[in-house]
Design a protein around this ligand. Structure first.
Ligand SMILES: C[S@@+](CC[C@H](N)C(=O)[O-])C[C@H]1O[C@@H](n2cnc3c(N)ncnc32)[C@H](O)[C@@H]1O
Length: 197
């Protein structure tokens, strides 16, 4: 795809959503791309889409992707659930990574957190059957809020998916300070199964 370094696009590469396309993983709030670009290098048979609200960070990601010559990584600017609604059809994503979302630790700011019931429903919509949602945060109150929102309709899966680990930028910082982030891997329970419970 021909594009300049200054351009910020709001579509994803042609072919990524076509039948037979490689699995698609999303890194929401991808920052400067340490995680999803690292994953793309190590997993050439998987497409990685970074979503990020800040245009300068998206440009940095695309610059790195261009320098590395990666055809399986791409970053798009978007805010909250909007890029999911605009770009991703139902059952199109195999893994949704949400790592260190802005914590808004003050109780009066908790409403600004991106992980809300409506956002979670968007994630459920875009996940393919058998797809997973991986969450990681250093903020304990946010983590328990995430667990509360996913208590019904989601099941916990092993964190280890057999792939080599790539640290996110924030994970690296926190682990460097000797801290261990909270994390969980979840899978939606299909509505058929839910109805039978
Ligand atoms: C705390 S940083 C974590 C970055 C990265 N995931 C990591 O683990 O290193 C949160 C990132 O999410 C982005 N972000 C925050 N709110 C967002 C939103 N509503 N929509 C899209 N991106 C958002 C921020 O700009 C920032 O790059």
């Amino acid at each position: 795809m021909n594009r300049t370094m200054d351009e910020v696009v709001t579509t994803i590469p042609t072919g990524w959503l076509q039948a037979g396309a490689p699995p698609l993983e999303v890194d929401f709030g991808c920052h400067r791309g340490a995680f999803f670009i690292g994953m793309a290098v190590m997993n050439p048979g998987v497409n990685f889409l970074g979503l990020e609200k800040q245009a300068d960070r998206v440009k940095k990601c695309m610059g790195k992707i261009g320098r590395l010559g990666l055809a399986n990584a791409f970053a798009v600017q978007g805010l909250g659930a909007e890029p999911l609604q605009k770009l991703l059809p139902p059952a199109s994503v195999t893994t949704f990574h949400l790592y260190f979302p802005d914590p808004w630790p003050k109780r009066r700011h908790a409403g600004r957190r991106v992980f809300q019931a409506s956002f979670l429903e968007e994630i459920r919509r875009v996940l393919r059957p058998g797809g997973t949602l991986r969450l990681m945060t250093d903020c304990e109150s946010y983590f328990y809020e995430m667990l509360g929102l996913t208590r019904v309709g989601w099941r916990e899966m092993p964190w280890d998916d057999g792939r080599e680990n790539v640290e996110t930028a924030f994970e690296k910082t926190f682990r460097g300070m000797g801290l261990k982030p909270h994390r969980v891997c979840l899978q939606p329970i299909s509505t058929d199964v839910m109805a039978a419970i």
